[in-house]
Design a protein around this ligand. Structure first.
Ligand SMILES: [Fe+2]
Length: 136
């Protein structure tokens, strides 16, 4: 099931919320591409979406860290560490997926999709929402 953006997911800073919406949309694209049609999954487009997700995640983390630093956010160091861990976890999941360790075809795509959704929700809900009202 696609992630639906909710107001409760908003950090209240436009650049960050826009990035998060974009990440949600990339993940939804991944899921849709993996489940589309009745035949074999289109490995090529899934791969392209994963590359895009990796690139955009890195850009987003950098943007978020720059903003936090500029606004002297207290949780900056903690957040930076969590970003490193999240990128590591993302790479690990995608690597396992490509290595066939999450299964084959649609089942693997569905499995990765579930992992990625909780990965993103962990980032937005558990970590970034702490910024709400503290980035003045
Ligand atoms: Fe974020």
């Amino acid at each position: 099931m696609a992630i639906v953006w909710r107001d409760q997911m908003s950090v209240g800073i436009k650049e960050i919320d826009d990035d998060h919406r974009r990440l949600v949309s990339i993940l939804n694209d991944f899921e849709a591409a993996g489940l589309r049609g009745a035949g074999a999954v289109d490995e090529g487009s899934l791969r392209t979406i994963l590359v895009k997700l990796r690139r955009y995640t890195q850009e987003h983390f950098e943007r978020e860290e720059r903003l936090q630093e500029a606004r002297h956010y207290q949780g900056y160091e903690e957040n930076k560490e969590q970003h490193e861990w999240l990128l590591y976890r993302l790479d690990e999941l995608v690597e396992r997926y490509h290595a066939g360790q999450l299964g084959e075809g649609r089942a693997a795509t569905a499995e990765l999709s579930v992992f990625l959704k909780s990965w993103l929700i962990d980032h937005i809900i558990k970590i970034d929402l702490k910024m709400k009202g503290k980035m003045g």
